[in-house]
Design a protein around this ligand. Structure first.
Ligand SMILES: C[S@@+](CC[C@H](N)C(=O)[O-])C[C@H]1O[C@@H](n2cnc3c(N)ncnc32)[C@H](O)[C@@H]1O
Length: 127
């Protein structure tokens, strides 16, 4: 009847965290990347603005359901430390491979690229 076109996400905070200097929109457009690395893979172009807004350089980003490692890859690209937890051995291996193949932190590129270019850039070497 209708075309599924969105995914809801919850932003949870504990205590009284600092508000982001540049608040982002509560709707983030993204392009389907084909989920080549994980059946519910998140595009890096969505994770990057979230991590940028809600963490500081050098801060620690935790993804307890890391899947193919998209959050750690995005965190690394932005100069954050990361901790990913993944139950499935095959997905864990994918995440490890992605992180091993990541070159020097491409934070400058991440900040100045269009979302689709960012995904292409960060995923290119991992296919
Ligand atoms: C929605 S997927 C994450 C996809 C990820 N964001 C990506 O871009 O690839 C959730 C992941 O959580 C993992 N998972 C489920 N239960 C878990 C648990 N108790 N501990 C660790 N990982 C778990 C699943 O194996 C699955 O890969």
């Amino acid at each position: 009847m209708v075309r599924y076109q969105h995914e809801a996400a919850y932003l949870l905070a504990k205590g009284d965290p600092q508000e982001p200097r540049n608040p982002i929109s509560d709707v983030i457009p993204w392009r389907y990347t084909g989920n080549k690395l994980h059946p519910t893979q998140k595009p890096l172009s969505v994770l990057v603005p979230l991590i940028e807004s809600f963490s500081s350089p050098g801060g620690l980003v935790l993804d307890p359901f890391a899947g193919s490692g998209s959050t750690p890859v995005a965190a690394r690209a932005l100069g954050r430390r990361y901790l990913g937890i993944e139950l499935d051995a095959a997905h864990h291996a994918t995440a490890e491979r992605r992180l091993q193949q990541a070159g020097p932190s491409p934070a400058a590129i991440a900040r100045h690229s269009a979302p689709s270019m960012l995904d292409d850039f960060l995923c290119a070497s991992r296919r």
